[in-house]
Design a protein around this ligand. Structure first.
Ligand code: 5GP
Length: 117
């Protein structure tokens, strides 16, 4: 079964696509966690970060560079942002097609909620 993101890549499902090249696509997250919330997604089907192969090294680097450029375009490079990849259930990964979250446009708070001590 193709994932939601494969359907967005193929054009079967709509999305607010803001960038596309032969290796990746970037579109707005449907439930933004901040004023800027963009997903950078490889065209290649890689379900999780744990499925990244050594040969994907340049693809993963490319995803980060695309996120850097989009952050500059969105005007949040200097105010700051967070790049996040969730992997498997403990992270809350919802869509099993690798994606990099670019989140910013407000102070984001702690990276992970610490358990109460
Ligand atoms: P994950 O939890 O897997 O790291 O992140 C999945 C993200 O995809 C979530 O932030 C969620 O809001 C977003 N998302 C889920 N379904 C869709 C969709 O159909 N379209 C778009 N644009 N984003 C989606």
């Amino acid at each position: 079964m193709p994932t939601l993101f494969e359907k967005i890549i193929s054009g079967e499902l709509p999305a607010d696509i803001i960038y596309r090249d032969p290796r990746v696509i970037a579109f707005l997250d449907i439930r933004p966690a901040a004023p800027v919330h963009i997903l950078v997604v490889p065209n290649k089907v890689i379900p999780t970060a744990d499925d990244i192969a050594d040969e994907d090294e340049s693809l993963i680097g490319h995803m980060v560079l695309v996120a850097r450029d989009l952050a500059r375009q969105q005007g949040i490079a200097k105010s700051g942002y967070r790049l996040v990849i969730n992997c498997n259930p403990d992270s809350g990964q919802e869509v099993y097609h690798l994606h990099l979250h670019l989140i910013g446009g407000r102070a984001l708070g702690p990276l992970v909620q610490r358990p109460h001590t």
